[in-house]
Ligand binder design. Sequence first.
Ligand code: FBP
Length: 331
Amino acid sequence: MAPITLDRFILENEHAHPGATGELTQLLMRFGLAGKRIARELALAGLRKLHGATRSANPSGEKQKKLDLVANEILLETFDYGGLVSVAASEEMDRPFVYPARADGGRYAVLFDPMDGSSNIDVNGTLGSIFSVLARSEKKKTDLLRSGREQVAAGYILFGPATLLVYTCGEGVHLFTLEPSIGEFLLTVRSVRMPDRGRGYAVNEGRSDGWSKADRAFVDWLKEQDPATGRPYSTRYSGSMVGDFHRILLEGGIYLYPADALSGKPRGKLRVLYECHPLAFVAEQAGGRGSTGRENALDVVPDALHARIPFAIGSPSEVETYERFVGSLSS
Ligand code: FBP
């Protein structure tokens, strides 16, 4: 049987929607193209002296890596034709970018973290690009401060030993693997299901002094000896949320980035619109969940483009337990 390419899969799903215009189909296919271009830049970065930082910082005050900007440019270019997208927002840009030609035409807005796990860039570690798609707001095209439930599509491209693309349009989560010799993403798993519970947790414990009592108590609970509840869990923290989340999608478990009062992240590190919302949409479509500890991350309506939240994501069992700790131990 012919391999099912990303384009064929998306087209076949479009046919399941009589009213579909084909624009979302084209848009999703473009993320495949962007993923291939970024994978190539990553593979050649060391040879092309593209490792290392620039002198500039992103809107969150983090030093920008050369590849943060290369990936950002590739994603912006990817939607710069065809009239699909009117506005794009990124972790690397202060304000949304409005595509001049289609300011009033493009039906969609795209939001992305072009290079997630930037601290892994220079050491050949796992990296990812995270994306979220919204229908353009009829009120104001740059109105992006919306609930995660308004996403029409979301996903990520994982750059590891293989390059993978994982996405959802609200009808399950599908996983594709880049076959480099033909340059196509091929369907690997249709309708991925996250296990109800796992054995691994991902958190930067080096920061625990800055955490709340509830966050520390939850992580201590994961480490207690109790085989009956599958504890202790194993630590699996790679420095890339996309890499950690992908493991959890397949094996279960939980990723956590709590608020950290000591390192200037009283609201956590992760940005709502282009990190938390898209992964929470994928998680929920696979049977898992994203949470702030107090509410479902998809229900958060941010007050700023680069707003952050404390973030937990993973199997329902671990996320529910985490919320119980936050509920019972937070003042
Ligand atoms: P970037 O998008 O800037 O890479 O930030 C997100 C992230 O790198 C996550 O992928 C990762 O889990 C976390 O930050 C690592 O942060 P820390 O170094 O504080 O543990």
